[in-house]
Design a protein around this ligand. Structure first.
Ligand code: DC
Length: 229
């Protein structure tokens, strides 16, 4: 079974996706972490990229060949963690410099092409839950279940702020709000696979829902699906 969860930044996609994966014994893949890993590599290696659609274009093919991304399970936490060229970069990819640039890097056609192929290959290893922006539209257009998540901007800022503070990352609510607004705009306006609700997705607006209610919402959708088969 493939479950695709798409939606805006900071509306709790990964929290729900992880819980569903655990309940249904599926693999969980955070596709946003993969775009963040490429962005981190670009920043570390001073690879130029454009912040406007029609600005400088670099040939990225050979650069992308040097980028190797893996998810490896942390036996202590039970969570899978992202590695870039053999180094664990779970903490690095959540820093604000990555968040502030990831929408630009993820708009690059060759970056998307490479990551979409990798994501599709992950499905050949079995059943999975993947969250992101184009999972139900581009990566797995035939996913068994598609969920499109959304929440009010205020709730998203509040949740992301607390999540980062808990991880020890210094930010202000205002920085978070600006970053979320920027990414919403860039993610929905880019030329390549912009964020949009897949026509056959179920909307999950979790503004007033607890984590358990959201998980139950998706489990109910899976149960309905199984009945229908
Ligand atoms: O899920 P996230 O906030 O960690 O994602 C980081 C960025 O990566 C997001 O602003 C847009 C990009 N992204 C994407 O373009 N396509 C995906 N499938 C997942 C993320």
């Amino acid at each position: 079974m493939i479950i695709a969860i798409d939606g805006y930044s900071s509306c709790g996609k990964s929290t729900v996706a992880k819980a569903i994966a655990k309940r249904l014994k599926l693999n969980y893949i955070d596709s946003g972490a993969m775009y963040r890993a490429v962005t981190y590599y670009f920043l570390q290696n001073n690879i130029p990229f454009s912040k406007t659609a029609d600005d400088v274009v670099t040939e990225y093919t050979s650069i992308l060949e040097n980028i190797h991304i893996q998810f490896i399970r942390n036996e202590q936490t039970g969570q899978s963690e992202i590695y870039l060229n053999g180094k664990n970069i779970e903490v690095e990819i959540r820093q604000m410099d990555v968040s502030d640039n990831v929408s630009y890097v993820s708009a690059i056609k060759s970056v998307r092409k490479k990551l979409v192929v990798m994501q599709q290959q992950m499905a050949t290893m079995g059943h999975l839950v993947m969250d992101g922006r184009d999972i139900g539209t581009t990566v797995f257009p035939n996913a068994d279940l598609k969920i499109f998540m959304t929440a009010s901007p205020e709730v998203r800022v509040y949740r992301r702020y607390h999540e980062l503070i808990e991880k020890g990352i210094k930010v202000t609510p205002d920085e978070i709000r600006k970053n979320i607004e920027l990414r919403d705009y860039e993610d929905t306006h880019r030329e390549e696979s912009p964020l949009r609700k897949p026509d056959d997705a179920i909307i999950l607006d979790n503004t007033y829902m607890s984590r358990d209610e959201q998980v139950q919402f998706v489990l109910d959708a899976v149960a309905k699906l199984k009945k229908a088969i």
